[in-house]
Ligand binder design. Structure first.
Ligand SMILES: Nc1ncnc2c1ncn2[C@@H]1O[C@H](COP(=O)(O)OP(=O)(O)OP(=O)(O)O)[C@@H](O)[C@H]1O
Ligand SMILES: [Mg+2]
Length: 288
């Protein structure tokens, strides 16, 4: 079966959530309707290293947006800017039509951005179930004070969170490892648990930094299917960093290409495939 058949993808549209717009700079409604996130003229340096130079692109609601490029191109740095780990020296990030100030990562997570990491970031001594529960933290709004004086509410919330986690466990088919400490799991399954932890946040935008890296073909196909299903069934918008061009071209709606911190391509897979600058810098050379 051709991979393109295997990874057929469908758009789905997110409903726009209510948000507090007081004292915020707004984008015109026509733009807000379509674009979930946009970065404008982002520049980020580490000492003399220019990780990102004047980068602009957007991510539309419901799409799978791939970010590709050679090692050191600035892909992970871009995700780190989007989720607030890095604050760029220049440029703007707009999310849900609002220009974001320098928020902290947990505040950005609460706004609806969740992620996985290039190097798995799980609590290795904790079980799959407990790791997934950590993904719910941004959605927990009962603090210790309320837990003490209003136990019923805290208990109800706990039940809701556990139900959502059970749905994710079923979705990712990881029932058999729910009680296993994740440090004991094979690499491919750890990656799947990390996806589950990111899903547990019920975010509008999911950032996936090389979710298939280091996997064998079967694990890759499984992960691809999950990424497509998350996009299709949950309506989650996805930004995906991936080196496997077969996967990228099959599942991405649009692709942005970075090279040495600069943007050298942006378009649908066919445009990227035929972009000579991209071919010279990346597609025409071997990489993994
Ligand atoms: N925290 C940091 N401190 C110093 N330099 C950094 C830091 N993070 C990234 N860089 C530098 O920024 C550049 C871009 O790195 P980045 O990790 O974003 O690349 P990448 O495209 O994700 O590469 P890869 O495909 O290897 O993961 C590199 O030169 C890197 O060394
Ligand atoms: Mg990276």
């Amino acid at each position: 079966m051709a991979t393109s058949e295997l990874y057929l993808c469908a758009y789905s549209t997110l409903s726009q959530k209510q948000h507090d717009r007081d004292n915020q700079v707004m984008m015109p409604d026509s733009v807000v309707d379509d674009v979930l996130l946009s970065v404008k003229n982002i520049s980020l340096s580490f000492g003399g290293v220019k990780a990102l130079e004047n980068i602009s692109f957007d991510i539309r609601k419901g799409e799978i947006r791939a970010i590709i490029g050679p090692n050191g191109a600035g892909k992970s740095s871009m995700l780190n800017v989007i989720n607030g780990f890095y604050h760029p020296q220049d440029g703007e990030v707009w999310f849900k039509g609002i220009r974001r100030n320098n928020l902290k990562p947990h505040q950005i997570a609460r706004q609806g951005i969740s992620r996985t990491f290039q190097n798995i970031a799980l609590f290795k001594g904790m079980t799959t179930l407990d790791n997934l529960m950590t993904g719910r933290i941004t959605r927990m709004n009962t603090n210790m004070f309320w837990q003490a004086i209003w136990y019923g509410r805290a208990e109800r919330q706990e039940i809701e969170h556990r139900e959502r986690i059970e749905q994710i466990i079923d979705f990712l088919k990881i029932q058999s490892i729910r009680k296993t400490p994740v440090g004991r799991l094979p690499y491919g399954l750890q990656k799947r648990v990390e996806l589950g932890r990111a899903l547990a946040a019920d975010a509008d935008l999911l950032l996936l930094d090389e979710p298939m890296a280091g996997m064998n073909i079967e694990e890759k196909e499984d992960m691809c299917r999950y990424v497509l299903d998350v996009n299709e069934q949950f309506g989650t918008t996805i930004a995906l960093i991936e080196h496997d061009m077969g996967v990228v071209m099959d599942i991405a709606d649009r692709v942005v290409v970075l090279d040495y911190g600069r943007k050298i391509g942006d378009g649908v897979p066919d445009e990227i495939r035929n972009n000579q600058t991209v071919i010279d810098a990346y597609l025409g050379v071997s990489h993994d």
